[in-house]
Design a protein. Structure first.
Length: 166
């Protein structure tokens, strides 16, 4: 996708400081704040900017245990709306942070979950096993602490791509 010089600079600015004001960006780009607003709106309409999120320190909120869960979802079992609703219920669980569909025959999805502690993790996994065993088979689980997260941001990759467009 082609982006203008000002669109690229705008993206770099909000990647560096998600809380930066349009006035400050306007000053950096040497355009009016209204011009920055147009750039923001255009990038949102193109679907490049899909939302604005705060960076959260999980540990300070008491979320100290994470799990990467590899599962096989038996899609053949999803033949009626009740079963599809069960999958939607599973995916809407608040401890599930991300779900990826992956192209493997033994595993169909990678699920990233967060918990307050190992006991909450155990309860969650046991609930999945008991409530969704007809549809979901847990293949592998990796549990780790919030202190193990070394990087949790795509910022470097996005900046590299923006720079390559220049």
């Amino acid at each position: 996708m082609k982006l203008s010089k000002n669109e690229r600079k705008f993206l770099k600015s909000i990647l560096d400081d998600g809380d930066i004001s349009d006035v400050k960006i306007a000053s950096e780009l040497k355009i009016s704040p209204a011009g920055v607003g147009k750039i923001r709106k255009n990038l949102e309409e193109k679907g490049i900017i899909t939302g604005y999120r705060a960076e959260i320190d999980y540990g300070k909120l008491g979320i100290t245990t994470f799990a990467i869960v590899f599962v096989k979802v038996n899609l053949l079992e999803f033949t009626n709306s009740r079963e599809k609703k069960s999958l939607e219920e599973l995916l809407s669980m608040p401890n599930i942070m991300r779900v990826y569909s992956i192209p493997r025959s033994t595993v169909t999805h990678l699920i990233v979950c967060g918990f307050r502690d190992v006991e909450e993790f155990d309860e969650h996994i046991n609930m999945i096993k008991s409530n969704f065993n007809k549809y979901v088979t847990i293949k592998e689980v990796y549990v780790f602490s919030d202190k193990s997260i070394l990087k949790d941001s795509p910022q470097g990759m996005i900046q590299k791509i923006i720079e390559e467009w220049e």
